[in-house]
Write a protein that binds this ligand. Structure first.
Ligand code: PLP
Length: 478
């Protein structure tokens, strides 16, 4: 493609994206296509000859856009609502153009050094101490897996060299996490620790890990000859955004010389708001913290950060330098591939740098603060209505609630079964309208709706609209 053509299509694409954002509210949030609909419209093999760019862009509009669930829609309230932002899109565009593979400092000095600088900015914005050093991965699942791998390296059982299978000298190594968590389990499986290597700790009435139960579990496991080596505390659980009592967990980890990893994938971004900084209290004595700017810092997917105090252990767990990667400056610089499973690494720091510069610390904090205000407003409507009830505390911008209208039922069990079915129907009915998208969870064995506010375009009118929709659907279905 000539640079003239590139320029022309580049302008067209920016126009296309601008139009997309302008008309996004007219599109259904949740894609309304059926499974297989898109595949049926696509050829089953690749074109033999190249096709005109104009035709490809037209097909994006005709085929791809209707098959999108619009995460950038301001009425996307499902899972953890997230969004891209203009500076983030520009950062991605530049990163694709530069196409650096930041495995070694010399393969991308810009990426390597910008990553160190921008993660240090973010660390300061989050109020984490200078003992933490940051590194970027794709997702929190992967960040946390690397933290557990570093923790395991610190156990000094020669696992890097000898592995874990077929060994009679290796007791069961154990990681602890609250029963509210799921992605840690995949990391534990991937690291070969096995599901038996993870013990799930019960939570209290507010879905927070019970520190006392953790202490007892560790003692019990030690009594049986196991090696407890890592605790994962969650600040902002996926289901309810509950915040584990990190300050109470710290002394337990210190007593048993265990690694404390804090998974703050969603909630960590809120620490940039001064009055919400308390959510990371205790992290000054943790070993690592994971936070996802791609969740609540307006960063296009993907970008997850692991802050770690022991980069030496992370490096020991993963560094492997074949001759062709040896460089004269390697003792003086950070080579990204030494700290993880990947060799090549994307230039992700660029978009985060552009986002932080464009919004500034204050701009980011004010948007997150507004999301929390909107969540509190929605909470107040739930609390004031006899037809709805709150199912969990709302520390940040996620509201867990359900419809609980008067129903004829012989006992509590059948009433709850009616409410479960009703809530599920209400959720699907709202989602079918295309005007909003909500997801659900199960709390205390009750189907619970979740309203997550995290999109940069979400304003009060969108929250009011989903509340009206919920009430309309409820009155039709009850
Ligand atoms: N940890 C927590 C607390 C989460 O809420 C999530 C996702 O919502 C994850 C981990 C997984 O995030 P990722 O998709 O970045 O792996």
């Amino acid at each position: 493609m000539s640079t003239d053509e590139f320029r022309r299509f580049g302008h067209e694409l920016i126009d296309f994206i601008s139009d997309y954002f302008e008309r996004i509210e007219d599109m259904p949030v949740l894609s309304q296509i059926n499974p297989g609909d898109l595949k049926a419209q696509l050829p089953s093999s690749a074109p033999r000859r190249g096709e005109p760019m104009a035709k490809i862009i037209a097909d994006v509009d005709r085929l791809i856009v209707p098959a999108l669930t619009h995460w950038s829609h301001p009425s996307f309230f499902a899972y953890f609502a997230t969004s891209t932002s203009a500076p983030g899109i520009f950062g991605e565009l530049l990163s694709a153009a530069f196409d650096n593979k930041a495995m070694l400092w010399r393969t991308s000095p810009a990426s390597t050094e910008l990553e160190e600088v921008v993660l240090d900015w973010l660390r300061q914005m989050m109020g984490l101490d200078a003992g933490y050093s940051g590194i970027i991965y794709d997702t929190a699942s992967v960040s946390s897996m690397h933290a557990i791998a570093a923790a395991r390296e610190g156990v000094e059982r020669r696992i890097r060299e000898e592995g874990m299978s077929g060994r009679t000298d290796l007791p069961l190594l154990r990681v602890y996490v609250s029963e509210q968590h799921s992605s840690i389990e995949k990391g534990v499986i991937t690291l070969g620790l096995g599901q038996r290597g993870l013990r799930k700790i019960p939570t209290d009435a507010e879905f927070r890990m019970k520190a006392q139960a953790l202490a007892e579990a560790i003692e019990e496991d030690k009594g049986q000859g196991m090696v407890p080596f890592c605790v994962v505390a969650t600040v902002g659980t996926t289901s309810t955004s509950s915040i584990d009592p990190v300050k109470e967990i710290v002394p337990i980890c210190e007593k048993h010389v265990m690694w404390l990893h804090v998974d703050a994938a969603y909630a960590g971004s809120a620490a940039v708001v001064p009055e919400l900084r308390y959510i990371l209290d205790g992290c000054e004595r943790a070993d690592s913290v994971a936070v996802n700017p791609h969740k609540w810092l307006f960063t296009p997917f993907d970008l997850s950060v692991l802050y770690c105090r022991h980069m030496d252990l992370l490096q020991r767990a993963f560094s492997l330098v074949p001759e062709y990667l040896r460089t004269p400056e390697q003792e003086r610089v950070r080579n990204g591939s030494d700290y993880g499973i990947q060799l090549g690494r994307r230039f992700r720091a660029l978009k985060l740098w552009m986002i932080i510069r464009y919004f500034g610390h204050q701009g980011l904090a004010s948007r997150i603060r507004e999301h929390c205000r909107l969540a509190k407003l929605f909470t107040s409507w739930v609390e004031e209505s006899p037809d709805w009830e709150l199912m969990a505390p709302v520390p940040l911008s996620l509201v867990c609630f359900r419809a609980c209208p008067q129903v004829d039922a012989v006992d509590e069990g059948s009433r709850n079964a009616r409410w479960d079915a009703l809530n599920e129907e209400v959720m699907h009915a709202v989602n079918r309208t295309g005007k909003a998208f909500l997801s659900h969870t199960r709390l205390n064995d009750k189907l619970t709706l979740r309203l997550s506010i995290g999109n940069i375009r979400t304003a009060e009118r969108h929250v009011r609209q989903v509340w009206e929709l919920l009430n309309q659907q409820l009155s039709q279905l009850r």
